[in-house]
Design a binder for this molecule. Structure first.
Ligand SMILES: NC(=O)c1ccc[n+]([C@@H]2O[C@H](COP(=O)([O-])OP(=O)(O)OC[C@H]3O[C@@H](n4cnc5c(N)ncnc54)[C@H](O)[C@@H]3O)[C@@H](O)[C@H]2O)c1
Length: 464
């Protein structure tokens, strides 16, 4: 089966970059990315590729090359679905905020809406691919909807979870550790669909790195991968607290431990806590699934990863308050970094949001600088928490355009995102501009203690 037309529903952090790379690597395939969010699509179509809605190193150049050739962004969802041989569903699957499973289960309403729309408009056979991260056995529900509400056309459902990490999305897509494809490998039609997707990735991914499994293994592997990654962060963060009490240094511990080839060095960086749209949501979903099967011990085991992460964020904020003589009321604190990690403008679940919220509750005045996050986003993130009125958030939080403005006349500066540029700042100047004693809190282990203390800073870093 030769795929000529691909449609991807959802032009977000996954749909946009993934399809841009497929379009670049497969110039003979027409790739259309659709979304109901008109402003997002308009931004993807902005003449100046620096204005595309997602910042990822290398992405704008790929969009520049492929857009208008075989890569298209559109709000015409129905027609893109109907024309496609292969449809990726890459919509958001947030944690439910209502009803059964509130605060834990994945909200699948956007997925179901996609399935119903595909069923309604399709007039030819389709391969439907779960790109979103989904609870195990979602494909069953999708198939049920497609087969029972469709126009009698045939659907093959594949699971093809995305393992890219924001900030390195393009590189991860170009050189993936593996591509995972789950399908109905017991039937000929299923095998044919799996092969069609394998052939697309085989344009640039070595065959031995393209893994095919049954659908349920594929769905569950994605949740498992995120749970394991987050668990490593919570594990090293748990040790960071013990390091602070014992005189050990968490970076030294992480290095010593990571050199054990059974453990490995990656994802052992202590920090103020993981953020991002995925880890927390996917673990909560895993906990919910385990609970729904009555597996209390399994659920409790994974829930602890989240509990530890919340503790780490709170612990960092508390440390700031305690260090500033037990009160930050009326004190100005500079927050450097708002994105949940460097090289992305994504702020979902960023530790900066929660630390700031905590400090605002303690009546601090906050000044934020992030090289890629806009002021509206900072306010939207704080408003979303509903802790205080929108007017109060705007009155007490200022968003500025340079790190120097963020530090000017502050009592303390906190590093919340590991942006490279923060390493190279004129720290003597920042020290000069701050109130004394000048406190510097490094939530990312980004800065060198010795040089900062030499300048005169009162320096605190997680895990030392
Ligand atoms: N962000 C990541 O790093 C990452 C990595 C791997 C997997 N994932 C998973 O991929 C999925 C998408 O994540 P994301 O970060 O790209 O989300 P996102 O919120 O950035 O993008 C989702 C897009 O889908 C659109 N959408 C929702 N319903 C729609 C509909 N019915 N028709 C058309 N468009 C619709 C939304 O408007 C939004 O633009 C999630 O399941 C997530 O867990 C994300």
């Amino acid at each position: 089966m030769k795929i000529k037309n691909i449609c991807c529903i959802g032009a977000g952090y996954v749909g946009g970059p993934t399809m841009a790379v497929i379009a670049q690597k497969c110039p003979e395939i027409k790739v259309t990315v659709v979304d109901i969010n008109e402003s997002r699509i308009a931004a993807w179509n902005d003449e100046d590729v620096d204005n595309i809605p997602i910042y990822e190193p290398g992405l704008s150049n790929i969009v520049k090359e492929a857009r208008g050739r075989n890569l298209f962004f559109s709000t015409e969802v129905d027609s893109a679905i109907d024309k496609a041989d292969m449809i990726f569903i890459s919509v958001n699957t947030p944690t439910k905020t209502y009803g059964m499973g509130k605060g834990m289960a994945a909200d699948l309403k956007f997925i179901e809406l996609c399935a119903r729309q595909i069923a309604r408009v399709s007039t030819s056979d389709k391969i439907v691919i779960e790109k979103s991260t989904l609870p195990v056995r979602t494909a069953e529900a999708l198939k049920n909807i497609l087969d029972n509400t469709g126009n009698g056309v045939n659907y093959q459902i594949l699971s093809n979870p995305e393992f890219l990490a924001e900030g390195t999305a393009v590189d991860d897509l170009m050189n993936p550790d593996r591509v995972l494809i789950g399908g109905d490998i017991d039937s000929d039609k299923g095998k044919e669909a799996v092969k069609a997707l394998v052939d697309i990735y085989a344009h640039w991914v070595p065959r031995e790195q393209i893994l095919t499994t049954n659908v349920w293994s594929s769905e569950l592997s994605k949740l498992t991968a995120n749970a394991f990654l987050a668990q490593r962060v919570s594990s090293i963060n748990a040790m960071s607290e013990l390091c602070e009490k014992t005189g050990a240094d968490v970076n030294e511990v992480a290095k010593a431990v990571g050199m054990d080839s059974r453990i490995g060095p990656k994802f052992l960086k202590a920090s103020v806590g993981f953020g991002g749209s995925c880890f927390q949501k996917d673990i909560l979903n895993l906990v919910y699934i385990a609970k729904s099967f009555g597996l209390e011990e399994v659920a409790n085991y994974w829930e602890q990863v989240i509990i530890m992460n919340d503790h780490q964020k709170k612990r960092f904020a508390t440390k700031i308050v305690k260090t500033l003589f037990n009160t930050v009321s009326g004190k100005k604190i500079g927050i450097l970094g708002w994105a949940f990690k460097k090289d992305t403008n994504d702020t979902r679940e960023s530790a900066a949001i929660y630390v700031t919220d905590y400090l605002l509750n303690e009546q601090a005045e906050i000044v934020v600088y992030d090289p890629k996050v806009k002021a509206e986003q900072v306010y939207a993130d704080l408003d979303y928490l509903n802790t205080r009125t929108e007017a109060e958030n705007r009155a007490r939080v200022k968003v500025v355009n340079t790190p120097y403005e963020a530090a000017y006349q502050t009592h303390a500066v906190a590093i919340m995102t590991e942006w490279d540029e923060f390493k190279e700042l004129d720290w003597p100047q920042i020290y000069e501009d701050m109130l004394k004693p000048a406190f510097l809190f490094d939530g990312r282990r980004l800065l060198e203690r010795k040089t900062k203390e030499k300048i005169g800073f009162e320096f605190y870093a997680i895990g030392s």
